[in-house]
Design a binder for this molecule. Sequence first.
Ligand SMILES: Cc1cc2nc3c(=O)[nH]c(=O)nc-3n(C[C@H](O)[C@H](O)[C@H](O)COP(=O)(O)OP(=O)(O)OC[C@H]3O[C@@H](n4cnc5c(N)ncnc54)[C@H](O)[C@@H]3O)c2cc1C
Length: 387
Amino acid sequence: MNTLPVVVVGGGPIGLAAAAQLRERGLTPQVFERGPVAGAAISEWNHVRLFSSWAELIDPAARRLLDATGWVAPDDDAYPTGQDWTSNYLQPLAAALGDIVQLGTEVIGVARRGRDRVVDAGRDTEPLSVHIRRADSTEDRITAQEVIEYRVPNIDDPDVRTRYAGKHIVIAGSGHSALTAIVALANLESPGTRISWVLRRGDVGSTFGGGEDDQLPARGALGLRAKRAVDAGLLTVVPGFRTATIEPDGDSGRVALISDTGARIEDVDRVVVLTGFRPDLSWLSEIRLGLDPVLQAPVELAPLIDPNVHSCGTVYPHGVAELSHPEPNVFLVGMKSYGRAPTFLAMTGYEQVRSIAAALAGDLDAAARVELRLPETGVCGGAGVPA
Ligand SMILES: Cc1cc2nc3c(=O)[nH]c(=O)nc-3n(C[C@H](O)[C@H](O)[C@H](O)COP(=O)(O)OP(=O)(O)OC[C@H]3O[C@@H](n4cnc5c(N)ncnc54)[C@H](O)[C@@H]3O)c2cc1C
């Protein structure tokens, strides 16, 4: 009997759901979260309201664990902000899991014990060795650049509002975060504010999503609100603009964006870059991962989520079969499993970790079963909201 813990890297929604699932299966999870709180990544966008309702944001095993603690469940039909998701769910969940969750602890390396990546022997018998670094002093404060912002600005904060009101703002990106920023900044209602929305793609196309056909109504509504802002002329769309450099615009304190074809956007006060995440896999360099060279998602999963060919986001729920790697007993789940694809939903992650926990506990039937139906974006069948 293997009595070693199952190490879960990251105490976000999917990491904590994995711990709840593993615990129910009688296994011993150990969660390492580098941030000071559970859901640290979400704290970066506390003010953003999610397009998923509470019913879609709570893992079933986590709910069972929390119910036993006297936790008051939020209203299934309400839409939380990032802050609500962490304070009303993730933090109570981390508390209920107790010592299983170690905060302020970063995983900086994973290797097969005594074997580097090249050695074949013992890969399926030797345990993994996980290197961690604990926070023993306060975190460094990273001073963001004056001009460039990588988060959706919180315009309810008066200081932030002042930085954007009356300015020429460029928003880069075409995912839900970019749409959220468009809606927020287009409604600043401050004279002199100019917004340019730069897109790499040649036309707006399906960027606004499926609108009323989206099975997640709030996600569809976000696209519709952004489209209304564009139709009302509240911003200028600059399609086919691939930013190559950003340079100072004289001594004005502003910048100019220059595309790879030499096109310029000048007199820019603020650039909001919302072009998606890319997974940091540096700490897994000793592990044999099977990743798609383009998306950096597991090879079986990548064709299902490739945004080049798959705009609908209707990836079928998947689990241990699609998420296994050449390295035994190592799984990338949650946001990291999607690599550079932008369409990850918490519901997908909860199903991933349910299946993997079942497989690790030896219940292969449950691991292979699909226990989730994912909502469609509404873009698949038709053209989405007409651009
Ligand atoms: C603005 C915005 C809005 C969104 N809205 C929705 C929505 O409405 N519905 C929805 O389903 N999804 C939404 N998402 C996607 C959402 O972020 C994910 O569903 C959810 O956060 C994924 O959870 P996760 O646990 O996979 O990843 P994360 O929330 O990113 O958690 C990963 C955790 O791992 C920690 N970590 C990373 N590396 C290490 C390491 N080496 N050692 C230790 N700890 C580490 C991080 O600090 C972090 O806490 C949204 C995303 C954004 C950015």
